[in-house]
Design a protein. Structure first.
Length: 674
């Protein structure tokens, strides 16, 4: 069995963040984690001189390689290390790749890739598979060589690929950069069933899922959790230990060693402030608010620029000018007597609704998912004919509008010339149709807002006995508006007009509320969390709900860490709700819990147990970690040289020792029972 890491970065490129490579750190990594083989795979670059220096310094097998930006994804291409001439040829090919990549957004096409590397069979190719940025399956299919392995980003994805008969052979690597300040080393490496390390041997192993593993002895049911060598189950783990023995330190090491970890820290979920809890709920479920107000936002957008006062002024100006035109009739001359002098503009027709109708017809016609149902009621030919007729109508109206706009422009020019040459007054223009439509829009807007303000339940969800209820609620005062206001501004004057929707809208605009945020100020979306019997949750129940919510969120991550959940919750809740949920999650991702509590430590039935101890050796404090299966008589140290009694550890950590456990059972529980 050999431990390999074929994804190592030693040069900062345009595709990387800036770092200064430290060879001593790479050597420390290789020695500490006992790596048998690595590949140098910098982004779109290979440095032959640096490769030789690294190979000489490490004393292990080092392969030359490159990570190529190919078709918006990443591909590891690794060459043989036995022939200097071949490595030199590989280096020249990599130089051609480097010249094509000048920014972090550049990539090379498949055609360019094949032209640079015409003989791909002599290389090992490993695409980003379940790891961003992925190489698409169609690109893999078009590469002129057999690709059998793909790189994944987590143990969860590794195990999933092992079980999936259709997937590539999974490999997991560190993908690390080594610099002087580096404190934590990745433990993501792959074990392969190989005696002597050669490129052909690795290629052979990566064709068989029975020859790749996460650990040397325990296969794919375990993984290396820390650089010190602590092995944990890919299922459910419990870490025990007395106070100040390094349990939380161990969790922190695991958190810093791996990526995309959900870490629920001790006391982080305590929630005694009801207002802060409500604000947290609002942030978590903001999409409910957005979805509910989505259509209303369009209503606000349609009226926010209407100026009723200006419309009134336009009508008043028109009437005054009309009266003056009539009274000045005796002053009429050849210019003012022409037809165009007092001509009105032609009105154009709004085609927004017709556009939507054409789009809707097109959607029906092109839909494939529900095509049988659609064609059952409307034949395809009918939809096609409807679309054509609507488009013809659209073209006719659009043509008429363009003609009217051209004529209106001509009328305006002629009227301006005539007015310049006459002393007669002329009636001002007023778009009565637009004014009428805008007045009706405002009336409809007022009706919609008044209906929107009626308090109602709009959404209800359940999370393991808790109910999250979303309801609409009127804003009660100007301070209440601060809930949605993202800027420092007074809303007292605006709120005084809250009962008059359109006046309120204008006041919000005057208060410099962003146009895109106006729709949020008319009704509040309030979230309440109810317990099993339908009452608002207490302080303790709020913390319980937070824990369940955070645990439910864990499947979006690669691992779940929980530090002493018993510090915030009672045993019945932990036993009935949390334990079952954690067992379910551990079927998908590794779960690691630090605890002193027997309800969690023993009742949860973990797959694997670890125990931390603090000892004094030669006057110095030494922290040790022991681990094993729950059924093991003894837990063994990481190096396997020491062991401790499992039964004694369980009693000491979970029950305060055997004497206390017996006393409590005989003097308390038995007396109460009888």
């Amino acid at each position: 069995m050999k431990k390999i890491d074929l994804h190592i970065h030693t040069i900062s490129t345009v595709s990387d963040y800036d770092f200064e490579f430290d060879l001593s750190k790479l050597k420390e990594y290789v020695d500490k984690l006992e790596i048998d083989c690595i590949a140098i795979t910098n982004h779109n670059k290979f440095d032959f001189n640096q490769y030789n220096i690294i190979k000489e310094a490490l004393g292990i097998v080092v392969f030359p390689g490159i990570e190529i930006d190919l078709e918006r994804g990443h591909l590891l291409l690794i060459a043989d290390n036995t022939d200097i001439a071949e490595i030199n040829d590989f280096s020249k090919k990599c130089e051609r790749v480097s010249k094509l990549i000048n920014t972090k957004d550049d990539d090379i096409s498949l055609e360019q890739f094949k032209e640079i590397f015409p003989t791909l069979d002599k290389y090992l190719l490993i695409p980003h598979y379940h790891k961003r940025p992925i190489i698409k399956s169609e690109v893999i299919d078009q590469i002129d060589t057999l690709i059998t392995a793909g790189e994944v980003s987590s143990y969860k994805k590794f195990k999933s690929c092992i079980k999936d008969t259709e997937s590539l052979v999974p490999v997991i690597f560190s993908d690390s950069r080594y610099f002087a300040e580096m404190e934590n080393f990745s433990t993501q490496q792959t074990w392969i069933d190989l005696e002597e390390i050669t490129l052909s041997g690795i290629k052979s192993c990566l064709t068989d899922k029975q020859k790749v593993f996460l650990t040397k002895e325990e296969g794919n049911e375990f993984f290396q959790a820390t650089a010190e060598g602590l092995m944990l189950s890919t299922g459910l783990n419990v870490i025990l230990g007395e106070r100040s023995t390094g349990k939380t330190v161990t969790l922190n090491k695991i958190y810093n060693t791996h990526e995309n970890i959900k870490y629920i820290k001790q006391f982080s979920l305590l929630q005694n402030d009801a207002q802060k809890f409500d604000e947290l709920l609002s942030r978590r479920h903001s999409t409910v608010s957005e979805d509910y107000l989505k259509e209303y936002k369009k209503v606000v957008d349609s009226v926010k620029n209407i100026d009723l006062k200006q419309n009134e002024n336009d009508i008043e100006a028109y009437l005054n000018s009309l009266l003056k035109f009539a009274s000045d009739n005796e002053k009429a001359d050849a210019y003012s007597n022409t037809k165009l002098f007092s001509e009105n503009h032609f009105g154009t027709k709004d085609i927004v609704g017709l556009k939507k109708l054409i789009d809707a017809t097109k959607t029906l016609k092109e839909n494939t998912e529900y095509k049988p149902i659609i064609n059952k009621h409307i034949e395809f030919e009918t939809l096609e004919a409807l679309e054509i007729d609507l488009m013809k109508e659209f073209l006719q109206i659009q043509e008429a509008n363009l003609k009217k706009e051209w004529v209106n422009n001509l009328i305006s020019k002629v009227k301006d010339e005539l007015r310049f040459r006459t002393s007669s007054s002329v009636p001002s223009d007023a778009d009565f149709y637009r004014i009428l439509i805008e007045n009706e829009k405002v009336k409809t807007f007022v009706d919609i807002v008044n209906n929107l303000k009626i308090e109602r339940e709009i959404d209800r969800k359940e999370i393991r006995g808790f109910k999250i209820v979303a309801s609409t609620k009127r804003f009660s005062n100007a301070s209440h508006l601060k809930k949605v206001c993202i800027r420092q501004t007074s809303l007292v004057n605006a709120y005084s007009k809250y009962q008059k929707p359109f006046s309120y809208l204008l006041a919000l605009k005057k208060a410099e509320i962003e146009d895109t945020e106006l729709y949020k100020y008319f009704v509040d979306i309030e979230y309440k969390t109810l317990n099993k019997i339908g009452f608002p949750v207490s302080g303790g129940e709020r913390s319980e709900f937070n824990l369940l919510h955070e645990i439910n969120d864990a499947l979006k991550h690669n691992m779940l860490l929980i530090d002493e959940p018993e510090s915030s919750f009672d045993n019945i809740f932990l036993k009935n709700e949390v334990n079952a949920l954690l067992r379910d999650i551990s079927k998908t991702i590794p779960v690691i819990i630090v605890t002193h509590n027997s309800t969690v430590g023993a009742s949860i039935k973990p797959h694997f147990v670890a125990c931390t101890k603090r000892e004094f050796e030669n006057g110095e404090i030494v922290y040790k970690t022991f681990s094993g299966f729950p059924s093991d008589k003894q837990l063994k140290s990481i190096n396997g040289k020491e062991a401790i009694d499992n039964f004694e550890i369980l009693l000491n950590c979970l029950e305060a020792g055997q004497d206390e456990y017996e006393r409590r059972r005989n003097e308390t529980y038995e007396i109460l029972k009888n």
